[in-house]
Design a protein around this ligand. Structure first.
Ligand SMILES: NCCCCC[C@@H](C[SeH])C(=O)O
Ligand SMILES: [Zn+2]
Ligand SMILES: [Zn+2]
Length: 307
């Protein structure tokens, strides 16, 4: 049987073609925004998803592909956009969400690394920035944001997988995202960063063991989403504050967004639990994305009800 386009992984050029084609096909729902470019000058395109009525609404941010080898992440952003344009005005949940909030989707935040993981090294994680005084390549974009930058849980060694970069937002990819979010900080109410693997719904802080003021609220929102995944897909997702329930990880986009004032900020670790890890087979894309979709809708609706 021919598997659908959305049940396959796609190389970088394919994804750029998809962005172009889908935004033209659904021009009522989608607008392409160029927010910057990568180290190797690949464009960073954000797809702005909006329902009817073009007055500026509150917004949700979703980034995918910050880490090159986590191929299920860009696959989910594509799956999510396709689901949204197909079922807006048909399924009540996505219709309610889009009638109340715009959604900014960045399908590939680390295009250089993603391309490199297709061509050279399937297990690549970082971006592809060069260091003048060191042969090692790449900064971990999820350690490059200004949240307890370069403290314990990251490394100042350019050869390490969690290298924090030369300074906060030193990387063009991280700077593009933080500049865009800062410019819309009064509109963005929910921040989502999509990763793999471990099946977890993580909320701040990962950069310290300190508990955030609305910890209980974030815990309940995450628990509700994990419960829905359990009910609908019989799969277990853990949830909790990052540092305590996962590991100490400073310089992350989610913690930075939270400290900017975005009170609802989550990092998703999608499938699986370690059997295939980053090499999740295409046959698992559908279920992994359905589970992530359930979580996104649950969390978005929880945030909307908080208004
Ligand atoms: N912002 C830190 C959220 C928790 C860690 C997430 C994982 C994703 Se691969 C990491 O960046 O190590
Ligand atoms: Zn990751
Ligand atoms: Zn991960």
């Amino acid at each position: 049987s021919s598997t659908s386009y959305y049940e396959r992984y796609h190389p970088l050029e394919d994804i750029y073609h998809w962005i172009n084609k889908t935004s033209r096909e659904y021009s009522e729902r989608l607008q392409v925004i160029l927010i910057g470019s990568s180290v190797e000058k690949q464009p960073l395109f954000v797809l702005k998803l909006s329902g009817k009525g073009h007055q500026p609404k509150k917004a949700i941010w979703m980034d995918c592909g910050i880490h090159a080898r986590e191929w299920i992440s860009p696959a989910f952003c594509m799956w999510f956009v396709q689901y949204s344009v197909m079922f807006y005005n048909q399924h009540s949940d996505i219709t309610e969400i889009l009638d109340k909030m715009d959604i900014y989707v960045l399908p590939v935040m680390n295009p250089d690394g993603y391309k490199y993981s297709w061509i050279e090294n399937r297990m690549w994680r970082k971006n592809r920035s060069r260091n003048v005084d060191n042969a090692c390549v790449g900064t971990d974009l999820n350690r490059n944001f200004d949240a307890n930058w370069c403290t314990k849980g990251s490394s100042d060694n350019p050869c390490d997988e969690t290298y924090c970069g030369r300074f906060p937002e030193s990387e063009p990819e991280a700077a593009a995202v933080s500049n865009f979010i800062r410019s819309r900080k009064d509109l963005v109410k929910l921040y989502l960063s999509i990763h793999s693997y471990s099946q977890m719904l993580i909320f701040p802080y990962s950069c310290s063991y300190q508990e955030v003021p609305n910890h209980q609220e974030l815990y309940e929102i995450a628990r509700e989403a994990a419960m829905k995944i359990k009910i609908h897909y019989k799969n277990n997702y853990k949830f909790g504050a990052g540092a305590k329930s996962f590991y100490l990880a400073p310089g992350g986009s989610d913690d930075w967004a939270y400290n900017l004032g975005i009170d609802y900020s989550f990092t998703f670790e999608l499938q699986d639990n370690g059997r295939y890890g980053f090499l999740l087979p295409p046959s698992h894309i559908s279920k992994a994305c359905s589970e992530a979709l359930t979580a996104v809708k649950s969390i978005a609706l929880s945030v909307i009800k908080k208004r």
